[in-house]
Design a protein around this ligand. Structure first.
Ligand SMILES: NC(=O)c1ccc[n+]([C@@H]2O[C@H](COP(=O)([O-])OP(=O)(O)OC[C@H]3O[C@@H](n4cnc5c(N)ncnc54)[C@H](OP(=O)(O)O)[C@@H]3O)[C@@H](O)[C@H]2O)c1
Length: 328
């Protein structure tokens, strides 16, 4: 449901972006899908793009494609990072800090979805929550101070799924041992990401930090999100849906994240994406945000739980630099 588009009937498009020469963007999961398209458009505007991808092989192919399109001078590179392995996220974050003195935006785009059977990561967590949420929480924490010095942004790529699951955080069974369900766990992880983003906005405001956090969703886009790990039924359903006009290209799916990474005329405590039927397609603008995603108490509880599960003590203090990690 649309609350407003603010960017004419066409909605926001990348035509609104001017030259990004001298600007640096970090994108997770950018070897394919919406993340790849976001990288493409940022490069077309002369930005520097650093991808954080789990597959070196797929990254090499993506970079070769981008260099073919934009020339050998295209400023695109990658660092290997598997969001499901917390140690790997820490290592990748260190490499990012060594590579980029300035970060204009960190786009938390990577995700897994609809994993048919419960999978537990090496760190002991349900895989959707581990990849989509815990991994990004660690990354945001580790890059926060660099983003703060850069007056940069964090873009959280959520999903309309945030309102299709249990609509809260399942604190009493965070790994879904008793009631595992492929869609509910995906939706749970996307809600967790979004609640974290809004809580981070509140804490940043209180601490007077310079980082802006924006939340968006790509609508329904033709990507490889539903893959071999999904059930046969899910794959069939999504491949049939992909043939309908209710599903858009991966390129259009990246517009909301690009908007959140570059546009000045947007606000926090808001939610951006396609505003047409079901918010799956249509002009990109502000979408209605359900109140449960803004619940302070649940968000604060989730923050504490996440600190415990990641071993990160993330205090944002007003006086000094602030976001720090400490292994528990
Ligand atoms: N497509 C839709 O209709 C839709 C709808 C709602 C929300 N979204 C959201 O949009 C975002 C982009 O998804 P997409 O549709 O473009 O899907 P996609 O084509 O499958 O891209 C997802 C990316 O995430 C990466 N990834 C997965 N697991 C990872 C891990 N453990 N560590 C690091 N990277 C990992 C994938 O890498 P590999 O190539 O190695 O797997 C890929 O690069 C996601 O946040 C998704 O939740 C999509």
């Amino acid at each position: 449901m649309t609350s407003d588009t603010a960017f004419s009937a066409k909605g926001w498009t990348p035509d609104q972006i001017g030259s990004l020469k001298g600007k640096s963007y970090v994108i997770t999961g950018a070897n394919t899908g919406a993340g790849f398209q976001a990288a493409r458009i940022l490069l077309s505007k002369s930005a520097k793009v650093l991808m954080l991808n789990r597959s070196a092989e797929k990254s090499d192919i993506a970079i070769a494609d981008l260099k073919q399109e934009f020339g050998e001078g295209a400023d695109v590179s990658f660092i290997q990072m598997d969001l499901s392995v917390q140690a790997c996220v820490h290592k990748a974050a260190e490499q990012v800090l060594e590579t980029l003195p300035h970060i204009d935006a960190l786009i938390c785009n990577a995700a897994i979805a609809q994993v048919a059977k419960q999978e537990i990561t090496v760190d002991g967590f349900e895989s959707h929550l581990a990849v989509n949420y815990f991994g990004h929480f660690i990354l945001c924490n580790r890059l926060f101070e660099r983003l703060n010095k850069s007056a940069g942004r964090i873009v959280m790529v959520g999903s309309e799924g945030y309102k299709m699951g249990i609509k809260t955080i399942q604190f009493d069974d965070i790994n879904w041992d008793t009631n595992y369900h492929a869609n509910n766990t995906y939706c749970h992880s996307k809600l967790a990401q979004m609640m974290f983003a809004y809580e981070l906005q509140r804490r940043i405001k209180k601490a007077g930090k310079a980082v802006k956090v924006y939340v968006c969703h790509p609508g329904a886009s033709k990507t490889s999100l539903i893959n071999h790990k999904a059930s046969f039924f899910s794959r069939l359903m999504f491949s049939l849906m992909a043939m309908s006009p209710m599903v858009q290209s991966a390129e259009k799916g990246c517009y909301p994240e690009l908007m959140c990474a570059t546009e000045d005329k947007i606000k926090q405590l808001a939610y951006y994406g396609p505003t047409g039927p079901l918010n799956w397609v249509g002009p990109v603008g502000e979408c209605k945000l359900e109140n449960f995603a803004l619940d302070h108490e649940i968000a604060a509880r989730l923050w504490t739980l996440t600190e415990e599960k990641t071993g990160i003590n993330w205090q944002l203090r007003a006086a000094d630099a602030t976001a720090h990690f400490a292994t528990a």
